[in-house]
Design a protein around this ligand. Sequence first.
Ligand code: ACM
Ligand code: ZN
Length: 765
Amino acid sequence: MKRLFLTTFTAICCSLLTWAATVTVIPAPKSATMGEGFFTFDGSTKIAVENAQQLKAAQLFASHFGQTAGFLPAIGIDSEGDIVLSTDTTLPPEGYNLDITTNGISIKAADTAGFFYALQTLRQLLPAAFDSSQLQPHTTWQVPVMQIEDSPRFGYRSLMVDVARNFLPKSDLLKLIDIAAMLKINKLHLHLVDDTGWRIEIKRYPKLMQVGAWRMHRDEVFPARPNQRPGEVPNEGGYYTQDDIRDIVAFAAERQIEVIPEIEMPAHTSSSLAAYPELACPSVDAPITVLPGGGGINTQFIYCAGNDSVFTFLKNVLDEVMQLFPSKYIHLGGDEAVKTYWGRCPRCKARMEAEHLSDLEDLQGYFMQRMSDYVRSKGKIPMGWDELTNHKLPDDIIIYGWRGFGEAATKAADQGHKFIMTPARVLYFIRYQGPQWFEPYTYFGNITLKDVYDYEPIRPNWKPEYANLLMGIQASMWTEFCRSAADVHHQLFPRLLAAAEVAWCQPNTKDWYDFLQRIDVQLPRLQMMGINYAHSMFNIDHKLTPNGKGKTTVEMSCIRPDVEIRYTTDGTQPTSTSKLYKKSFDLNKATVVKASTFKDGKQMGEVLTLDVAFNKATGRNVTSDANNDYVITNGLRGSDRHSDFEWAGWYAKDGSFVIDLGKRTSIKHIVLGCINNSSMGVHIPNEISISVSNDNKTFKQVASKSYTHDEVFRTRTAIEDAVFDNLSANGRYVKVAFTNPGKCPKGDFKEGQDTWIYFDEIIVE
Ligand code: ACM
Ligand code: ZN
């Protein structure tokens, strides 16, 4: 038994190795055997198909030759040709067999999707120039001889694009659809509605387009954008006309992609409420506008659950939506509904009494059930975000698990509901994809290409039945921080390639190194298509840790194992001959470390600069209840992004930390690095007290500082150092105690929410 396992294991490894070096397709085919030689396309190549559907797929593929090669293969319904498509009903749905010889190519599949995917595989086997928009006269259009058998792991392989936060013109969306299809993604979830804009023409409600689609442009980053002020005329936005939607749906369908519309309710819809304010609760006591950004308390303006006109409106909207989208699924949102105004609304109260609902969550359950019933009455299947598990689930609804690792979706699975995983911690491509100092500003948290690649949706602690209810996964491209298609490309690529691989490939075939070799072949193709993909996978992560004895230990790493890290410590730029980083090293004096990654002598990443400074606290131990407090004495300042892993944070509480200076030390001057990022609820403390001790038991206060309310809650993002001068203290232990300023005040971005306090460094002199 054991020997059989080993033999099988060895065989699998060997087969992986044989194709790994050569098959450059993403997602990786299930199995492939390489031969020798090439099949070459030229003006005499003939493609034989069996029917009109195969013809369409073949035409889409062959049209590239017209653009880039200057010839068009002939395509005809025939049984003879150089490339022959023939149906084999024994093959799995969406699967295909591809047999490339020097004389011809045979493609077998059971359905049109299978033929389409075989042709996408051929597309990726052709030179990157195949995806150019210009003639490439010196290219040889050949594909290597091989046999592939392929089929997907999941039937639901989705990309979500949030066109509400950043409206993407139709042409940009079509380009994304084409690339997603090339990656064998088969669903496009369009987030068409949010507080920031309504993006679909609904003929019955013209103000959705006249008002709901437009907001005030703001230069600030998303969370820091002020709401529309009285007298301002919205000047940024757009929407898809019904003709546009028909074009998008048809373009996607030709590429085997089903487009699923999401019409948000009852929250995230200031756009429709700005157009039709009578649909909000009468308890809303402020003007409703389309929100340029985070919106603050205004995001709590939601549809009134007690007003029957709301249901009539939504049903009428859905009637037009269902006419436009042939998809069997309609996504009804349902996330992040803060129910402040429901709680104050006489109509909502009356609804709760009439329907015997015990709380506001049940009121949302009622709302979602009513709309889901309507969707089902039209023969469609409703979908919603995982907050719907907070109350009784609408019948037959499919749940998207998104919060954290998406675990809430399994609550739906416990009740027999199907679900899809798009966990914010892994598949929300709004997050940073590499070391934050090199990335465009976005929300906290890093999700690297490797994090996406390593994602396994089926968790070890799951009940076995969950796996049968899991339909697949979705990469979610939220666009709060994007202002252009190029910004979207940077966040999506190359991470979408990794997500496509998770969705298509069996988990036991994963090989990170092999994946990297394949994306290196496919990324130039994206470049040919004008895609501004990120190079973040070549950047260096750092970690500086105090050793407790006055030194700081420098660790550097890169998610690519096939690059070298080279560095200098004399302030000069690193080159391919600079010192090779092999393992961590200690510093005991001020040093500027400059490092970058290199491959074959070529610089691949950005230059990381670590400006390490030393003072009496550097390299000394810190004790506190924050788990990353070591950064306070590691010799390195943070950036103005409190999420860059150089800041230690305390949420909604007072706190303190103690530094052990190692011996009795005279102290004349202390600087404490604080930060204010008002749009994220990050503020400086109310009060800071410094005390010293020789025994770490009895402390004596030597300095203190307090800030006014206005100083604490300034509207800005900036590092704000607290400076304590002219001290004449002496002691081994330094204690910093601080008080939290409490909830963010009225009018603040985070009105009513608790505050964070962060420190990046203490400087003791
Ligand atoms: C979500 O990210 N609010 C679904
Ligand atoms: Zn109400």
